[in-house]
Ligand binder design. Structure first.
Ligand code: ADP
Ligand code: MG
Ligand code: MG
Length: 883
């Protein structure tokens, strides 16, 4: 096996650079050398050697020693200098480089090859004794810190004292003799701390540094980083040994870092910093303020020190040419490190640059338009999840903030408004035209109207999948949840954080991206939906097979969803409609009635209201499919829970308090999630589903008549476990449809299907498909029922489960493909076997999760349904899944 690959001086052993073998840095040094860019010559010891090093008790085989000697000979041949030569010494840097850039790895050692003899040679050949002794003391300092791991504080202290003794403030005031004296002190420090003199043998220096790079692969820091970022321990790191070039040889020398495009905005403009007469880390270390690369950037910043474009115009032109070559070669925005030695440009590193979501979008679209990459590549390059940042208003980054507390970033976006501590007040104040932030200890379904009215939601309890978080994400409202330091007193209409107090009506701001809660209002900036975003979405739409629908239950949600490109509604829940202030009394009368006749009387009052709900939705969605789920939650959710409310509710519903209490007690359930809900309601009270079906068909005919374009209702029966349940429910819907069509003398197309959200339904899908015309996988409940985990209670242990690796990710956020996914695949297969044209979709939270969407594509579902604000994410993820 070959363990050493040479590069530079017309050589590139690695060919096109293999990152797995040579590490990212080594592969790209090789790549740059192969296209003729000025790379100081060097060689890479492979990651395979790192693995072998550990297998063989941290030793190097003789064959590698010979290969390294060969590598050194290559550098010597290209540079004409000799490693360890007292007259004209070769100096090298030793650099680590794993497949992916990894903090926690060994820092680079520069100027290796200097000792008491070679330093004199360097002084001679460079004609600059000060430079030579400065380089030597830097080398001892770095080597002692990074390789010998001595206490670097002592070295810094020695330097400070040396300067103080002379009355100097800056390193630049030190003379050759001053540095030489410091070298003496440094060597004494090494001997004192290490017990041995500083290594004078340059080969011992080299092997010490190489061993330290491999050693750092198993450092605690590196291990922690690998664990957090899912990097396998057996990847290993490579070592790069490379001839030194010097950016610190006077005013025609410099060192810098650059991006080929602006990493914050994606703008096509070189972006970066450089320092004249400086070496290596000086730019990043912040000892001196770096200068701008381009004149335009300098002028924009109103800075004085000349840009590189102005100070070194010729080298800059050369650098710009290299930037363009690198982009063409790597076909991506590059992050670059370079050094100029006495007017000559040298490239030291290049890699794909990190960028913001906004920049990622712009760069992908620009590069496709420049024909540097294909449109498919542009689609693949943008992380769908990152779009989330772009689809909501965000806080003006330049505005001052008075941060009160911090919680979980539960739903992105930012909002300012008056703090309000209950949902009724939120609704009232919003109607009066106030921007409102609803503040609750935690939210429940009864808060829906308040959440709708609010611009943002803040809770003291609850995690990322709490009611508040899920509903807020669904509505596209910013939400900060689980702010533990928040003490809310809803009765007194105030909250406290420590000694600070916020009363109802005080203005606060929440940032759902950072979890910050601020006092006062902070200005926001609106998202940009046209431009690059629109272009990329258009490309994605041409590629994807999966349709994308939205989970939407109000006309406003539907409009938002259509603006974001939804092709229908995949889940219109109907329970929230029942909470509406105008009709909750009728709902309660229906629940409290003790006969079918009584229930029907109450339902008659609800019918026109429910018809209006659907009419408004159908108007927005004309011509598109709308899946409406009939009533799902247990009835007691609609009854009051607080003693204080009983009297008022009883009076409104025209029953005695005793009747109300008795009925509430009757409806009480120990485990409502598995209780009297879903189609079980329809089986026991068929008149409820009958009313809902009538409202749907009447509304559909109204809209068809008015707009000429009929919606396509898909009536969905929830929580079905058996074919018989669905048969009974479908009969109600069909019978009602027929009755309405006869009354109206007109009809619309419709489907009746079911949610697959119980394992039994998935298993019996073949039989259920004899009745059901579509399946929608309700993966929220299907995850709960398959795992036997209640989503509302999982918060207490889910984090621990994820930390311990029991779940790779929260299964309510990203589908458990191994487990729940099997049920979906099996149900899809069995359903299709019975009814080849059965429509299949998914409508849980997972419909907006890219990994889950990839699974849906693989399983051949027809559509995914996501909350309106996640529709663009789903469109892009669906396109990527189809590529
Ligand atoms: P990192 O991975 O932390 O960026 P590098 O190996 O890239 O570490 O080294 C850091 C810096 O050291 C480089 O940006 C460059 O300025 C300097 N450097 C490394 N090798 C050389 C060299 N052969 N000649 C001159 N400077 C070098
Ligand atoms: Mg670097
Ligand atoms: Mg459900």
């Amino acid at each position: 096996t070959q363990y050493v690959y040479r590069f530079g001086g017309g050589v590139s052993d690695g060919g096109q650079g293999n990152k797995n073998l040579l590490g990212g840095k080594g592969a790209n040094l090789d790549g740059m050398a192969s296209i003729g860019l000025p790379v100081p010559p060097g060689f890479t010891i492979t990651t395979e050697m790192c693995t072998r090093y550990y297998e063989e008790g941290e030793t190097f085989p003789d064959s590698v020693k010979a290969e390294v000697a060969n590598g050194i000979a290559h550098i010597e041949a290209v540079t004409g200098k000799v490693f360890g030569d007292a007259a004209d010494p070769l100096l090298v840097s030793v650099r680590s480089g794993a497949r992916v850039s990894m903090p926690g790895m060994m820092d680079t050692v520069l100027n290796l090859g200097l000792n008491d003899e070679t330093v004199k040679g360097l002084a001679e050949t460079s004609g600059d004794a000060r430079f030579a002794w400065d380089s030597y003391r830097r080398f001892i300092q770095m080597y002692s810190d990074v390789v010998l791991e001595l206490d670097h504080g002592a070295f810094e202290e020695a330097l400070e004292i040396a300067k103080e003794d002379k009355g100097f403030h800056l390193d630049t005031q030190m003379s050759a003799e001053d540095w030489q004296a410091l070298v003496g002190e440094y060597k004494a420090l090494v001997e004192q701390q290490w017990g041995k003199p500083f290594p004078q043998d340059v080969h011992a220096q080299l092997w010490g540094a190489v061993g330290a790079v491999f050693g750092s692969w198993q450092s605690e820091r590196a291990k922690v980083y690998r664990r957090l970022n899912d990097i396998p321990g057996d990847w290993g790191t490579a070592v790069n040994v490379q001839a030194m070039v010097f950016g610190n040889m006077g005013d025609t020398s410099a060192t810098g870092v650059a991006f080929t495009r602006d990493p914050a905005t994606g703008e096509r403009a070189y972006y970066g910093e450089f320092l004249i007469n400086a070496q290596g880390e000086d730019v990043v270390a912040g000892i001196r303020t770096p200068q701008y690369l381009t004149r335009a950037a300098r002028e924009r910043a109103g800075a004085k020190p000349l840009s590189m474009e102005e100070a070194m115009p010729e080298t800059f032109t050369e650098l710009a040419r290299v930037f363009d070559l690198l982009e063409t070669h790597y076909r991506d925005m590059q992050d670059i490190e370079f050094t100029v030695q006495q007017g000559k440009l040298w490239m030291l590193q290049t890699r794909s640059g990190k960028r913001t979501a906004k920049a990622a979008l712009r760069i992908a679209v620009d590069m496709a338009n420049e024909e540097l990459i294909t449109r498919d590549e542009a689609i693949a390059r943008v992380d769908p999840a990152a779009l989330d940042q772009l689809l909501h208003p965000t806080l003006d980054p330049n505005a001052p903030r008075d941060v009160l507390a911090k919680g979980l970033p539960a739903s992105p976006g930012a909002a300012s408004g008056i703090a309000v501590f209950d949902s009724d007040t939120a609704e009232k104040r919003a109607e009066m035209g106030d921007a409102v932030i609803l503040v609750r200890t935690e939210t429940s379904p009864e808060d829906i109207h308040g959440m709708h009215a609010a611009k943002g939601i803040l809770t003291a309890r609850g995690g990322m999948t709490s009611h508040a978080a899920v509903v807020a994400r669904g509505m596209g409202r910013p939400c900060v949840s689980g702010v533990g330091t928040l003490a809310i007193d809803a009765k007194a209409k105030l909250m406290r954080v420590g000694t600070r107090e916020v009363k109802e009506g005080d203005i606060i701001t929440i940032d759902g991206a950072s979890g910050e809660v601020m006092l006062g209002s902070v200005p926001t900036v609106q998202p940009e939906l046209a431009g690059d975003f629109g272009t990329l979405m258009e490309w994605a739409d041409k590629v994807r097979r999966l349709k994308v629908r939205a989970n939407a239950e109000t006309p406003l949600d539907c409009r938002t969803a259509r603006e974001f490109g939804a092709e229908g509604v995949g889940l219109c829940r109907t329970e929230h409609m029942f909470f509406d202030a105008g009709r909750i009394t009728a709902v309660r009368q229906m629940i409290l009635a003790d006969s079918e006749a009584g229930r029907r009387a109450a339902l008659d009052k609800l019918l026109p209201e429910q018809r209006k709900d659907f009419t408004e939705i159908f108007e927005v969605m004309a011509g598109l499919p709308v899946t409406i789920r009939l009533l799902d939650p247990p009835l007691h959710e609609f009854l009051p829970h607080e003693e204080a409310e009983f009297a008022e509710v009883a009076a409104a519903a025209d029953v005695s308090i005793d009747t109300l209490k008795r009925r509430a007690a009757e409806l009480h359930e120990f485990n409502p999630m598995l209780g009297h809900r879903g189609c079980r309601l329809g089986v026991t009270y068929p008149e409820i589903y009958e009313m809902q079906a009538r409202a749907i068909f009447e509304a559909a005919l109204d809209v068809a008549g008015k707009s000429g374009s009929a919606p396509i209702p898909e009536v969905m029966i929830p929580l079905v476990a058996t074919k018989r349940e669905l048969e009974l429910m479908k009969a109600i819907v069909d019978k009602t449809a027929q009755a309405v069509f006869v009354e109206r003398g007109a009809s619309v197309d419709y489907l009746v299907g079911t949610m697959i959200e119980l394992p039994r339904a998935a298993l019996m899908a073949g039989e259920i498909a004899e009745v059901g015309e579509f399946f929608s996988f309700g993966t929220n409940d299907l995850t709960q029922t398959t795992l036997g985990v209640s989503r509302d209670d999982a918060g207490r242990f889910l984090t621990t489960y994820v930390d311990k690796g029991i779940f790779a990710r929260d299964p309510f956020v990203s589908l458990d493909i191994e487990g729940v996914g099997q049920l979906i695949a099996l149900a899809a297969e069995r359903g299709r076997a019975t009814r080849p044209d059965i429509k299949l979709g998914i409508c849980g939270e997972h419909g907006g999760d890219p990994a889950s969407i990839a699974f849906c594509e693989k399983t051949g579902l027809d559509y995914v349904s996501a909350s309106p604000y996640r529709v663009p994410i789903a469109r892009l993820a669906a396109a990527q899944a189809a590529l």
